[in-house]
Design a protein around this ligand. Structure first.
Ligand code: CO
Length: 134
């Protein structure tokens, strides 16, 4: 059911420093920072050709990654995003198999304007999973 790895998201406490590290130390191609107020994050995309790294930084008061950075002050891997052909069909299949979808279960536009859902990390080996409509 899942397709390509769309991105690996890494939460960072200093977005400028993390961007410079990927760009200057690792020699990767990085985007300009983008604000995503609906998701409470500011994001920089690192384009790797076969997939992306998303550097996530909290935006606003109730950012969903603020707590993560409190527990992991030096940052860390936050989630994996897999592409699926049909996000509603994928959700129905996962729920039927006992997986928990976060929030109200309705796909919302994600970082790339396509519908996304998140799956409970406790159901997937301690890893938060994002599904994105391909
Ligand atoms: Co993501």
């Amino acid at each position: 059911m899942i397709g390509r790895l769309n991105h690996v998201a890494i939460a960072v406490s200093d977005l400028e420093a993390a961007t410079a590290q990927y760009r200057d130390v690792l020699g990767a191609s990085v985007s300009a920072p983008m604000d995503e107020p609906d998701h409470g994050v500011r994001v920089v995309f690192v384009d790797l050709g076969n997939t992306k790294v998303e550097l996530l930084h909290p935006l606003g008061e109730n950012s969903p990654i603020a707590g993560f950075l409190e527990r992991n002050p030096s940052g860390g891997m936050h989630h994996l995003c897999f592409e699926v052909e049909d996000i509603s069909a994928a959700r129905d299949r996962l729920v039927k198999q006992g997986a928990r979808v976060l929030g109200d279960g309705v796909p919302k536009p994600g970082a790339h304007g396509k519908p996304v859902l998140f799956l409970h990390p406790k159901d997937f080996s301690g890893t938060l999973i994002e599904l994105e409509q391909a």
